[in-house]
Design a protein around this ligand. Structure first.
Ligand code: ADP
Ligand code: ZN
Length: 611
């Protein structure tokens, strides 16, 4: 970038088009500008990129950004170029000439940003390249990858310590959205950053509506949820297996949704192409395993659905955090079943991991189960997990907006547990329920079970209700897999308290009626999005212009303008370059490039035409 910039605030306004810093941004930027290090833990969407981009412009030289995903570097480069910065990537996926060009540009001091993959950082040739130019700072993105403790450990990140040692005078900034206490320690230690330079923002993502529902009919629940989403909303549906991904993708496509499947079993070219479409086009639903998503900067992802349990609270927060980076209302919706918990528990029990690790994994699973099960504000288990204080009632989760009515189910739970006990703790849930329902003697695997005291004892409840109680029993560890591996259930550690009547069991009455709640959620999601009809038409026109432009330049649509910017334009209808510049998210470079086109679209589509 040519012009000599003056202060961080001036750069923020002129280059990025924003009025003021958010949260710790300014403190972090000041630290780096003064040559100090920083470790930044901020939730997704908080604005971590500016924390290294602005110092890059102010310090002179090139900021070397370590970024784990080669596939996304091109987008990071185009996003930087879109605001007028000079940027290049350097990775093994580029052809030789492009690599040479990037190296030359770096040596000549022509780059504000250079994106590199972590594996390069330990190469001698890379060290000599860095010595031949001027490094303004190192930015280590997704820094939680250095920690073996975290859920995304990448061995290459371990080598970054050596890079830090070799260039110890260059300030470093580590950035991540997710790090519990131990991961934070690892980041500081591995990347040689002083504990005093740790900047942790509140973890809350107030614009995300959290909802989790027991699976009763997964397809129906998923469709009800999708139907309640705003027209053309982009989202991600996470599934646990590749087979499930393909199955749900198929169903959505059949229903007319623009859905794309994504998992590690697809060829890299297919994955890249689908990821690109997700970034470039509006309204795509990505149906994916967790192989998808890291580093995805798409700001207008409106929802993230989990069909089945995520791996941990940490993973869940990271995955759902991909929704609503633009700060507009977004939704995190999870469908979970007792079976999922039982299965996850079995995986842990059967794994070869040392006992201490198993214990830890059990504890992690328990935290997740508590999140699923809670009938209080969902932000409470989420935020306390990250050591944040929770608001108590957030007003933006299903439990706050639609408080569940509780019923006492101690007695039927006792019946269920005693039926499991009396049938010998060797049968699955369906069979035990059959015994409780008193199905004909001939239909039982063991006809002597018809002589038990519990036989037919549960006739007055519907089968579905018993099955739901069974799921609840598994979630609460009253029932656990019996260890024989055929779905048989045994009494769990907490069953005794229920059977002896020392523990009361409560169940939320609307556990089973997810559809109604989903509608409620969508209302809050629409709160800020509604434009008047005429403005909506202009917004659509701007969006389709943006799509054509993104395609022509082969860049993600959001690097041109975010939805929020297009909306603000549609609602305020600027009539001059100055007015356009006043809109948040419009900086000088974008004004120069698109200003005239936008203004002509605005004046061309006058308000009367739509309403
Ligand atoms: P993160 O990397 O923390 O997830 P990003 O750096 O992608 O977040 O920023 C999220 C969005 O917020 C981006 O579109 C960015 O341009 C915008 N943003 C960042 N800082 C500010 C600010 N101070 N004012 C307004 N918008 C901002
Ligand atoms: Zn709440």
């Amino acid at each position: 970038m040519e012009q000599a910039p003056s202060s961080p605030l001036e750069v923020l306004q002129r280059v990025f088009g924003y009025d003021a810093f958010r949260g710790h941004q300014e403190a972090v930027i000041d630290a780096l500008v003064q040559g100090k290090d920083a470790a930044v833990i901020m939730p997704t969407g908080a604005g971590k990129s500016l924390c290294y981009q602005i110092p890059a412009l102010l310090r002179g030289g090139t900021a070397v950004v370590i970024s784990p995903l080669i596939a996304l570097m091109a987008d990071q480069v185009s996003a930087a170029k879109a605001v007028g910065m000079t940027a290049a990537a350097l990775n093994s996926a580029m052809d030789f000439r492009a690599q040479i060009e990037a190296e030359e540009a770096f040596r000549d001091g022509r780059l504000d940003l250079l994106f590199v993959a972590p594996e390069r950082s330990s190469l001698d040739s890379f060290h000599s390249l860095l010595s031949a130019g001027k490094v303004a700072l190192f930015a280590i993105d997704e820094a939680h990858c250095v920690s073996e403790w975290g859920h995304d450990f990448r061995p290459d990140y371990r080598r970054l310590g050596a890079l830090c040692d070799a260039f110890c005078d260059v300030p470093r900034i580590a950035l991540t959205a997710t790090a519990d206490a131990r991961t934070r320690e690892d980041i500081l230690g591995q990347l040689r950053i002083d504990a005093g330079q740790l900047f942790v923002s509140g973890f809350d993502r107030p614009n995300i509506y959290y909802d989790a529902q027991v699976t009763t009919d997964a397809d129906a629940q998923l469709f009800a949820f999708l139907k309640a989403q705003p027209e053309g909303a982009a989202g991600i549906v996470y599934c646990q297996t590749r087979a499930k991904v393909e199955q749900i993708e198929q169903k959505l496509v059949t229903q007319g949704y623009k859905a794309l499947g994504y998992h590690a079993g697809f060829e890299p070219a297919v994955r890249d192409q689908r990821q690109r479409r997700f970034l470039q086009e509006d309204g795509i639903i990505m149906v994916a395993t967790v192989a998808f998503g890291m580093g995805i900067n798409k700001p207008d992802v409106r929802f993230v659905v989990h069909v089945g349990l995520p791996k941990s609270i940490e993973a869940y927060y990271q995955e759902t955090g991909r929704a609503g980076r633009d700060g507009l209302p977004a939704q995190a919706f999870m469908l979970f079943g007792g079976q999922d918990v039982a299965q996850a528990r079995r995986f842990i029990d059967q794994s070869e991991a040392p006992e201490a690790e198993k214990a830890l994994n059990r504890q992690r699973l328990q935290t997740l189960v508590e999140y699923c099960e809670t009938t209080d504000c969902r932000r409470t288990p989420l935020l306390t997990y990250f050591g944040d204080t929770a608001p108590g009632r957030c007003g933006n989760c299903n439990n706050c907006c639609d408080p569940p009515e509780m019923e006492d189910v101690t007695e039927p739970m006792q019946m269920l547990l005693s039926a499991v006990y009396r049938t010998g703790q060797s049968y699955g849930l369906h069979y035990v329920v059959d015994v409780l329902l008193g199905v004909p003697r001939q239909k039982l695997k063991q006809d002597r079970h018809a002589d038990l005291k519990v036989y037919g004892l549960g006739k007055e409840r519907a089968k579905g209700d018993w099955l739901d109680l069974g799921r609840l029993a598994q979630l609460k560890s009253f029932l656990v897999p019996n260890g024989e591996g055929f779905g048989g259930l045994a009494l769990g550690p907490d069953a005794k308290a229920v059977l002896t009547g020392t523990q009361t069991v409560l169940r939320s009455k609307n556990r089973v009626s997810a559809g109604a709640k989903v509608k409620q959620a969508s209302k809050s999601a629409r709160r800020e999005i509604i434009l008047e009809a005429g403005d909506q038409a202009l917004f659509e026109a701007l969006r389709s212009w943006r799509f054509t432009e993104a395609k022509a330049q082969n860049v993600p649509a959001y690097t041109i303008f975010h939805d929020s910017v297009l909306k603000a334009i549609a609602a305020t209808r600027p009539s001059s370059q100055d007015e356009l510049l006043g809109i948040s998210g419009v900086g000088q470079a974008k004004l120069d490039r698109y200003g005239a086109t936008i203004l002509s679209k605005v004046s061309g589509l006058s308000k009367v035409s739509g309403s």
